[in-house]
Ligand binder design. Structure first.
Ligand code: PEP
Length: 255
């Protein structure tokens, strides 16, 4: 089986002001680990500023969202080319706050995934079920549909630039976390599905991150599961010490 480099993303969401963003980025750079790929996702207006801080370090920069359109008359949107221009190498697509909060459908997210990959960005595609879907026993159907539709038309050569983040909606920002066993079950299923859509070596090489109230106290146990290759971190990524502890846990625990 492929040895996957662990990855931890910090999704700052709509938080920080310019001075805090730069200070947080400086702390993340100071704490960076050579064993873990670390990506920060600051608000779009601070990308350039954070790029100046992370540039030359091992910390990568990502946008929190991207337009499915190329440049042009799309008021308020940010294109993949613009993200790359300000130093982004990564982008989040389909975070639950957009998928569920803003109602972005799989077809739109698929267009965003393809546009971003074509522009040379690495994509972190977020998937996950709601509480009602988990309680209704449809978690597998829901996340596998999100994987299939999110990756429709994505060529196998692009998979190296793709990471999937499994983030149960009910666990995001709530303090609730999927049990390591439940998370592992979904991750294994996602990997198996990617294997059947593409091939087994590509699926083995794919990083699948867990997100949803990851903290220093629960990170190691989650990351020690066979198919969990790190985490996408919201709240705890705003605290440099907690984020460092989570990155360290990924370095020690991801198998
Ligand atoms: C997220 O925003 O992707 C996330 C997982 O948030 P939190 O860690 O706060 O649950």
């Amino acid at each position: 089986m492929a040895r996957r480099t662990p990855c931890v993303g910090g999704n700052w969401k709509m938080n920080t002001r310019s001075a805090d963003a730069a200070a947080l980025a400086r702390a993340v750079v100071a704490d960076a680990s050579s064993d873990v790929e670390v990506v920060v996702f600051p608000p779009a207006v601070y990308l350039q500023e954070v790029h100046e801080v992370v540039s030359g370090s091992s910390v990568a920069l990502g946008g929190q969202d991207v337009s499915e359109q190329a440049d042009g008359a799309w008021t308020g949107q940010v294109s993949a080319g613009m993200l790359a221009d300000v130093g982004c190498t990564h982008v989040l697509v389909g975070h639950s706050e957009r998928r569920h909060g803003l109602g972005e459908p799989d077809s739109l997210l698929n267009a965003k995934v393809r546009t971003a990959l074509e522009a040379g960005l690495s994509v972190m595609l977020c998937i996950g079920e709601t509480l009602a879907e988990r309680e209704g026993g449809t978690t597998s159907d829901v996340v596998l549909k999100q994987v299939r539709e999110g990756l429709a038309g994505v060529p196998i050569e692009s998979l190296a630039a793709l990471t999937i983040a499994y983030e149960p909606v009910w666990a995001i920002g709530t303090g609730l976390t999927a049990s390591p066993k439940d998370a592992q079950e979904v991750h294994a299923l996602v990997r198996e599905t990617v294997g059947s859509l593409y091939d087994v070596p590509s699926a083995d090489a794919l990083r699948i991150l867990y997100g949803g109230s990851v903290k220093p106290s629960n990170a190691a146990e989650l990351f020690s599961q066979e198919d969990i290759d790190g985490g996408l971190i919201g709240g705890a990524s705003l605290d440099a010490e907690q984020f460092k502890a989570i990155v360290d846990a990924a370095g020690r625990s991801c198998v």
